[in-house]
Each structure stands twice: as C-alpha cells, then as structure tokens.
Design a protein around this ligand. Structure first.
Ligand SMILES: [Zn+2]
Length: 200
C-alpha cells in the first residue's frame, strides 16, 4: 500500500475532536495508536496498548513475508511432531528467557531488562511460553487417550486367555473352540454397537 502525501486522508490523524470548535484534531496519533499525546495518547495504558499493536503488526509482517512451500514434507506422526515442536519451543523459551536475564538495566526506568516484559523480547518470550504450555496440555490429553486404547487391548487379551481356559476345562476340540470364539466375538461386537447407540 503506497501513501500519497497530497491525500490528507492517507495520513493518520488523531480521532479526537476539539471541545471548543467541535472539529477533528489535526495532530498525528502516537505510533500504533489512534489519538495524539494531548488527547490521551500519553496515558501509560494507551501507550502500552499502542506498543502491543505495533508488535503484533511487526510479527504479522514477518509471517506475511515468509515463503510457504506447498511441497513441504507432510506431518505423518502427530506424537513425534508434537515432541519435536515442544523441544524447539522449550529451547526458544530458554534462549529468550536468558536474554531477558542478561539484559542491561533500562536507561529510562533503571529496572533490569528482565523485569521489562513490555519489551519485544519479553512479548516473544511470553507468547512462546503460552504456546508451549498449550502444546504440553494437548500432548498430555493425547497420551491419556492412547492409554485408554491400550487398556482396551489389555482387556481383550484377558478375555481371550480366560476363554482358552474355559475351552480347556470343557475339553472342546478345535472345531468347537472355533464356534465358541466366533459366538463370543459376535456378542462383543453387538454389545459394542449397542453401547455406541446408547452413547449417541
Ligand atoms: Zn488529538
């Protein structure tokens, strides 16, 4: 998007109106904000919000400039991919966290840069930390689901062992065992279908 300097509407202007004249303020808004310093743009909360908007816009520009490769290798193993992603995220958190700790004290406020979470590094650190926390929660849920599937498989193995013992006690031959197994599987399948219908 190009900006035409002769077009007044393309230059950002403070959105406030002057009390006396009722006309729109002609000053420039603070960077990332909608109002000028005289119309509330100097307030810490307004300045912080404007800075956040600038950071978000800068991050968006980085993503927009990326080359997306449609021929990139597909993800086939969700668990492995999540583990890799979590690993690189944790490293990013460590690197960014280290920068926050090592930073020189702020010239304006004298605080250590580590306490200045409004900085670009602090914003990036918080964002990756939140994403990592969400990913770890997702991985835990996936692990619980897999464990449930394993328990189901364990139960089927127990039933098969118990059925074999029953056949032994009854002294059944191979053909009778086949019939018994088939009937059991049909009954289990019917029970599973009935259970799914009841759940839905
Ligand atoms: Zn103004």
């Amino acid at each position: 998007m190009s900006i035409d300097p002769t077009d007044a509407s393309s230059t950002p202007r403070c959105t406030a109106t002057a009390k006396g004249t009722g006309q729109r303020c002609k000053r420039r808004p603070i960077p990332g904000g909608t109002v000028c310093v005289k119309h509330g743009g100097g307030a810490p909360a307004v300045r912080a919000a404007a800075e956040r908007r600038q950071l978000e816009a800068a991050a968006g520009a980085v993503l927009a400039g990326m080359v997306w490769n449609p021929a990139a290798a597909p993800v086939t193993d969700n668990v492995l991919e999540m583990q890799r992603l979590a690993g690189s995220m944790r490293q990013a958190v460590d690197v960014l966290g280290g920068r926050l700790e090592d930073g020189d004290p702020c010239e304006e406020c004298g605080r250590g840069a580590g306490a200045d979470l409004d900085s670009v590094t602090g914003t990036a650190w918080l964002r990756v930390l939140r994403e990592l926390r969400q990913l770890l929660a997702d991985m835990q849920r996936l692990g619980i689901a897999e464990r449930a599937v394993e328990l189901e498989a364990d139960r089927v193995r127990l039933i098969a062992v118990a059925l074999g013992r029953v056949f032994d006690v009854l002294g059944l031959d191979v053909e009778q065992r086949g019939v018994g197994t088939r009937v059991l599987l049909e009954e289990l399948r019917a029970a599973a279908v009935a259970g799914e219908v009841a759940e839905s």
